[in-house]
Design a protein around this ligand. Sequence first.
Ligand code: KG4
Ligand code: ZN
Length: 400
Amino acid sequence: MADGLILGIETSCDETAVAVVRQGREILSSVVASQIPIHSPYGGVVPELASREHLRNILPVVREALEQARVGYEDLAAIAVTAGPGLAGALLVGISFAKSLAFALERPLIAVNHLEGHIHAVLLEEARRQAADQEVLPKGPLPERQVLALVVSGGHTHLYLAEARRRNGGEPVWSYRNVGRTVDDAAGEAFDKVAKLLGLGYPGGPWIDALAPHGNPEAVPFSFAQIKAKAHRKGEPGALNPATTTYFSYSGIKTAVLRYTHVHEMEASIEARRAALAAMPNAKPADALPLCDRRTLDLIASFQRSVVDDLRRKTFRAAEQFGADRVLVSGGVAANRELRVRFTAEAAERNLPIAFPSLTLSTDNAAMIAAAAWPKFVAGECAPEGLTAEPSLALGASAR
Ligand code: KG4
Ligand code: ZN
C-alpha cells in the first residue's frame, strides 16, 4: 500500500478497462476488453448492449489486471473510476463496482473525468521517460507553463489550456480551461460515419487511416464553412466565449461525402463492398483495399486530409493565441498516422514541443484514469459518497 498503487476503472463507452498504475507513472497492468465485435454489426455503440457487456466483463477484467500486475486487493492504495462524460448506464457499472470495492477494502475512491484521463495518457508516458518529465515540469519554483491539449476522439473534440503548479516541490496540481469544442459531431464520429456510409468496418478511424495512403488527398476539395458564432453566443447554456473559443464542426463534411457518393453514383459499389466485408469472418482494413476503386480511395484520402488539416490549423492557431509552450494530442483519433505526421511537421516548423500517447494509450484505457487520479490521491481529493454517473461532465473552467 505504501507503494501508491492505484486501480483504475474505465467503462464510459464500449471498452471495459482496468489498470494498475504505481504513483501515476508506472503501468503494472492495463487490460482492455473491447466490445467492438458486439457493436460492429450496428456500425456504432448500442448503449444497452454496452452496459450489459460491462457487467459481464468487469469482474474478470479486474482480476486479470491484478494478476498481470502481480498484486492483490490489499496492495491497492486507492480505487479510481471514470465519473463522466460518457454513456450513463456504462459509467454506472464502473462507478458501482469501484464504490463497492473501495468500501470493502476501506480505500479512498477517486473520481476522474474521462477527458482529463486522455490528457494524462500523454503525461503518464512522459513521466515514465524521466528526462521528458523534467522537460514538462522542471522541479523548483512554480513553473507557469501552459500546455494546449487537443482531446480528439469518438465523442469529443476539445481544446484545453492545462496548467500545472507544483506545490512545495510535491506532485503537480493540474487545472484546465476549455478553449475549444465541436458544435456538432466529434472528429472521430465523422471518421466512423464516413466509414459506415462507404461500406467499411467499425470503428471507422483505423479503416480510413489504413486506406487513405492509397488515394490522392487533393482529389476532392472539401471546404469547411465558417462556424457561425450566432448559435453559440455568450450566455447561452453551455456556450463558451466566442472571442477566445475555437469551434470545430464535422457534420458538414460527412454530408458532403454522402452527396459526393450520390453525384458519382457510387451506391452499388458501396453495397457490394459492405456485403463482401460482411461475408468475411474477421474483416480487416487490408481486406477492403481490393474492394475500393480509385474514386473511393481518393475520396477517403481527401476526407482524412481535410479533417486532419482542420484540426491542425485550429489547434496551432489556438496555441499561438494563448502563447502555449507545448502541445499534447490525445484520444482515439490521435492514433491517426497522417495526423501525427502533419501535427509533428507543423510543431517542428514552429519550434513547439508536441507529444502523443503511444497507440495503445491513445484509445480508451484505464491506465490514464489511474494516472490522472494520482495527484488527486496525494492531495486527498476523494469522491463524494453520493458519486454517480455524469454523462455530460465538463472539464475545467470555460474560456473567459
Ligand atoms: O478515445 P476513444 O477510444 O473513445 C472515445 O472516447 O470516444 O476514441 C475512439 C474514436 C473512434 O471514433 C475511432 O474511429 C477513432 O477514435 N480512431 C481513429 C483511429 N483509431 C481510432 N480515428 C482516426 N484514425 C485512427 N487510426
Ligand atoms: Zn475516450
